[in-house]
Design a protein around this ligand. Structure first.
Ligand code: URA
Length: 210
């Protein structure tokens, strides 16, 4: 069982994150780093997956070899910024099933508004990894996980790049059964719900929309 909160302190993750935070980093650079960091984070969030053994023939002999057990994972991207993390993780786990939850944040109320929901069937039989780079107020993450649970998901992990203490607390209260894996926990949220020091708007940084 993963801890409720895992902060991935690996030097490569921390180094790449620092470059991503730098406002001088280009859109192309940001995207590339996000791809690289998501591979490293995927490694952590997939720790302690159920394993079984199967019989294989090596060129030398027959052996009982470890292999992943159960159905393929389901990766759920919380749109739109989740897609930046998703792409890298799919390189590591190409057979994963993929779903999308479309939520945008009402800039005045900071409450999530759903506009899209499409997820694989049998979510209840799969490990579900929900991805969103920024765990800020936690409102959209909690809403997305509410929806995933309504759709049958029972075994969920949440992967982000940066988390604010407020978002972690909100997730802990609403979904204590969902472990969070992140590269860093920042100081606070500002009055607009942005993470400080943070890296700005993750979607804008990765897609160059601002
Ligand atoms: N979403 C972002 O993209 N950045 C923040 O700092 C908070 C929410």
């Amino acid at each position: 069982m993963l801890d409720h909160l895992t902060v991935v302190k690996h030097p490569l993750v921390q180094h790449k994150l620092t470059i991503m935070r730098d406002k001088e980093t280009s859109t192309a650079g940001f995207r590339q780093l996000l791809r690289e960091i998501s591979l490293l984070l995927a490694y952590e969030v997939t720790r302690e997956l159920d394993m079984t053994e199967k019989t294989i023939e090596t060129p030398m002999c027959t052996m009982q070899a470890p292999t992943l057990d159960g159905k393929k994972l389901a990766l759920i991207s919380i749109l739109r910024a989740g897609n930046g993390l998703l792409d890298g993780i799919l390189e590591l786990i190409p057979s994963a099933r993929v779903g999308f939850v479309g939520l945008y944040r009402d800039e005045e109320t900071l409450e999530p508004v759903e506009y899209y929901f499409k997820v694989p069937e049998d979510l209840g039989d799969r490990l579900v990894i929900a991805v969103d780079p920024m765990l800020a107020t936690g409102n959209s993450s909690v809403a997305a996980i509410d929806k995933l649970k309504e759709a049958g998901a029972k075994n969920i992990r949440f992967l982000c790049l940066l988390a604010a203490p407020e978002g972690i607390k909100r997730m802990e209260e609403a979904h204590p059964d969902v472990p969070i894996v992140t590269a860093a926990v920042d100081e606070k949220l500002n009055e607009h719900g942005y993470i400080v020091p943070g890296l700005g708007d993750a979607g804008d940084r990765m897609f160059g929309t601002k």
